[in-house]
Ligand binder design. Structure first.
Ligand code: SAM
Length: 285
């Protein structure tokens, strides 16, 4: 029997009198096939250390512990700590840390792995409220993360698609991002209102494109998608201003970047955005 078997999950929750806390995004997985697929997607073996975010009652942790060298699991909810001590008592290679992962000093923590020289992978079934791209806050090379399908689609989207936007650009600039598979809402207790997806992200050795000012690139990208149905020109003048001086600079920059003002932001690749942002800053915007 596995922790994620529905009857075991129910029994654990009852035994400990656990009540779900919505604010922590607590939806626990009860499908062992999906857990195995997560481990396979992340390519976890005994030569890999894992950081897990949000172990819950240990459904995924159990699979990770069996396959990885060691698991360091960050759980924000202190009510889950005694439950995890119970459910994972047979796994000596798991270290549960009762901390908010977003506030944890991960660089120091990872020195606590018995074999700190092994590669580290981050695996998580993320609560839906963590919407900011975690990979910018968590400095590791590989992530396999379950999240709201809609967010996974936006992160991994290609140009000229509905889901493509500033989030795709902010993540894909640093990482490759691919949806590995979709997870229906019905396999969670309690069932959330939306489906999930497993997103695999790998940090690029170098950012996808060369750009003079990264923050400006992200600002230009964000501004270009404020009104998705409007043209790039409309969005840029809304953002930078509509004076004749600004318009002249915008026209020049678009010409240098070889981009038509009449297109929409969604038609531009990350490389186009890099050219555009360099040309805009060159023009003094
Ligand atoms: N991994 C478990 C599973 O698949 O069944 C639980 C997943 S549940 C969607 C998310 C878990 O993350 C909860 O246990 C929640 O308490 C925990 N959590 C939420 N925010 C967190 C944070 N900032 N740091 C660490 N854990 C967090």
């Amino acid at each position: 029997m596995r922790i994620a078997d529905y009857s075991v999950t129910k029994a654990v929750l009852e035994r400990h009198g656990f009540t779900f806390k919505k604010s922590f995004g607590q939806n626990f997985l009860t499908d062992t096939n999906i857990l195995q697929k997560i481990v396979d997607t992340a390519e976890i073996d005994k030569n890999v250390n894992v950081i897990e975010i949000g172990p819950g009652i240990g459904a995924l942790t159990e699979f990770l512990a069996e396959n990885a060298a060691e698991v360091m699991a960050f759980e924000i909810d202190d009510r889950l700590v005694p439950i995890l001590e119970d459910t994972l008592r047979d796994h000596e290679n798991v270290n549960v840390i009762n901390e908010d992962v977003l506030k944890a000093d991960l660089q120091t923590r990872v020195k606590e792995f018995k074999n700190p020289e092994l590669p580290i992978k981050v695996v998580a079934n993320l609560p839906y409220y963590i919407t900011t791209p975690i990979e910018s806050k968590i400095p590791f090379a590989e992530f396999v993360v379950m999240m709201q399908k809609e967010v996974a689609d936006r992160i991994s989207a290609e140009p000229n698609s509905k889901a493509y936007g500033s989030l795709s650009i902010a993540v894909q600039y640093y990482m490759t991002a691919k949806v590995a598979f979709v997870v229906p809402r019905t396999v969670f207790v309690p069932a959330p209102n939306v489906d999930s997806a497993i997103l695999k992200m790998t940090r690029r050795e170098q950012p996808l494109v060369e750009v003079k000012d990264e923050d400006f690139l992200f600002r230009v990208a964000k501004a270009s998608f404020v009104h998705r149905r409007k043209t790039l020109w409309n969005n840029l003048t809304n953002h930078f201003g509509k004076s004749e001086e600004v318009k002249t600079k915008l026209e020049q920059a678009l010409e240098i970047a070889d981009i038509k003002p009449s297109i929409r932001g969604e038609a531009l690749s990350i490389s186009d955005f890099a050219h555009l942002s360099d040309a805009l800053s060159e023009a003094g915007l």
